[in-house]
Design a protein around this ligand. Structure first.
Ligand code: PMP
Length: 305
């Protein structure tokens, strides 16, 4: 894995090898950290790196921190500046992934959120594909349920909650599938292990609402806008039943790591024709252009490093 040489740790930029927490740190013992996964994309023509929607990522990170009673002395703007500093500390000329984390930094035993010190840290890594078969993924419906808002909020990116995603992903992979569709406690489709879900049905693009135990994905939000503005599609946010995925015309998953993954088979049943559909094909290309700062209309989403 190609990790950054530098990191932000305890208030300053340090060599990554010096950015260390101890085995007694609260966040390590109890999963009490919140994080973001952002990307910066290399534009070969402009020879520049562009961070995609950093304000939205940091807004969600700070909202996750709020849900976990965390407090750090940074707002969205100062976190964006720190990201630029960390990116500039290394000489990246490729697509990279940024992992900022806010964590409970005290040492010792005692599961709680209050009366603990919070810290912020960040590192960067080179990143290409997250789902290998991203043009023809085969999904299963997971036997695991998505964490419920009344257990652990899925709309927050809480490290401890990713035990749920890890169970989902490993069982799907070991059974020979690329990814999984996860149902919530009510039996509705929520999302994948680390990506949101969209399906085409009767010509409309449908995705679960933010009240169905999903992470409020930045890619999801971008795709909704692009599908509506650029493809003229009707986009509907509503609950999706399990069996609807078997009769969808197209399906794809979205995420910062995953980008736009075409789903062509679910539990051995073909999705639509069994080949990547026209809407998915167009959105994959459009999204790739937009994140690489090649689309002038959406340049407010690309922050130059
Ligand atoms: N759901 C989950 C559980 C995730 O971890 C992610 C990845 N952050 C997503 C959805 C997609 O969100 P985003 O588009 O903001 O990366």
């Amino acid at each position: 894995m190609d990790l950054s040489k530098h990191a932000f740790f305890e208030g300053k930029i340090v060599p990554l090898s010096e950015a260390k927490i101890t085995i007694a740190t609260h966040a390590f013992l109890y999963g009490t950290s919140v994080f973001s996964g952002m990307r910066a994309y290399w534009n070969e023509e402009k020879k520049r790196l562009f961070v995609f929607r950093p304000y939205d990522h940091y807004r969600r990170l700070l909202n996750s921190a709020r849900m976990m009673s965390m407090d750090i002395p940074y707002d969205e703007e100062s976190l964006i500046q720190l990201s630029l500093d960390v990116l500039r500390a290394d000489d990246w000329k490729q697509d990279v992934y940024l992992r900022p984390t806010i964590y409970k930094a005290d040492m010792g035993i005692g599961v709680r959120l209050h009366d603990l010190k919070d810290e912020f840290c960040m590192f960067v890594m080179a990143f290409e594909k997250y789902v290998k078969n991203d043009a023809d993924a085969h999904l299963t419906v997971s036997s695991w349920r998505r964490i419920d808002d009344n257990s652990i909020p899925a709309r927050a990116k809480i490290a401890g909650a990713y035990a749920n995603s890890a169970l989902i992903k490993t069982d799907a992979n070991r059974a020979g599938f690329d990814e999984a569709i996860v149902l919530d406690q009510n039996g509705h489709v929520s999302e994948g292990s680390a990506m949101n879900i969209f399906m085409m049905r009767d010509g409309a693009l449908i995705t679960p609402p933010i009240t169905d135990n999903i992470l409020e994905g930045i890619t999801r939000r971008s795709i909704i806008e692009l599908a509506h503005n650029e493809l003229g599609l009707e986009v509907v946010e509503r609950s999706i039943d399990r069996t609807e995925v078997f009769i969808a015309e197209e399906m794809f998953m979205t995420g910062t790591a995953a980008q736009v993954v075409a789903v062509t088979k679910i539990d051995h049943r073909p999705v639509g024709t069994g080949l990547m559909g026209p809407v998915t094909t167009k959105l994959r290309k459009l999204f790739d252009d937009v994140v690489h700062a090649k689309h002038s209309k959406y340049q407010q989403w690309n922050l130059e490093v």
